[in-house]
Every structure is written in C-alpha cells, then in structure tokens.
Design a protein around this ligand. Structure first.
Ligand SMILES: [Zn+2]
Length: 115
C-alpha cells in the first residue's frame, strides 16, 4: 500500500527545485499530451478527426499553446510573460520551466479551454 504522504511530497527536479508548480492536473495533462484535444481523442477513437475545428490542422498541445487562432489574444499575454522571464517560447521550455507553470495555468484559465 502506498503512503499518501509520499504521493503528496514534491518530487525534486534536476535543478533542485520541486515539481509542485506542475502538480495541477491540467498542467500534467498538457505535459503528457493526454488532453481533450482532438488529436488525442481521435487516437482513442472518440472523435472523427484529429483536426482543430477552427484551423483544420491537428489539434495538439503545441497547436493549442502556440498556433491556434482561437486563443491568439490570450497567447500574446503568455508570450510576453515568457519573454519577461527569459523563458524561450517553445514547447520544451514552456512545459518544463518552474517559473512558467503558473503562467501556463493562467493561459488555460483565460482561454476557457477545457482540457
Ligand atoms: Zn486551432
């Protein structure tokens, strides 16, 4: 039987920080790609296509964060924040930098997109 305390304890990262910033279930889904985006739903046989209904290209995590025209204005705010923190506005950085977590979560919140 697993100890609940161990499950709740932040996991140290390579840089000595904790992963607590990334404990949000929504952020975990973004990091794993197991989201309600059509690319994932289609893979599971739960959606007829993998495409974003707005852009008609595969709806992936990267598409949502960096490309989809539906979230353009929300993305500008996230991009400016990443620039002010000297975090590269690329998938690897945005989904791994501890400073980015709360801002990615804010992007999710203001986008209104359920993932
Ligand atoms: Zn789109």
């Amino acid at each position: 039987m697993l100890n609940w305390y161990i499950l709740q304890k932040p996991i140290p990262t390579m840089h000595g920080a904790t992963s607590s910033e990334w404990d949000s279930p929504q952020l975990l889904r973004l990091c794993t790609g197991h989201c309600r985006f059509n690319s994932h739903l289609h893979r599971l046989g739960l959606h007829p296509t993998s495409n974003c209904e707005q852009c008609q290209v595969p709806e992936t995590v990267a598409h949502f964060l960096f490309v989809c025209t539906t979230y353009h204005s929300e993305r500008i705010k996230l991009k400016r924040t990443m620039e002010s923190l000297n975090i590269d506005f690329i998938l690897l950085s945005v989904l791994s930098d501890d400073q980015a977590a709360m801002h990615v979560e804010e992007f999710l919140r203001i986008s209104g997109r359920q993932i």
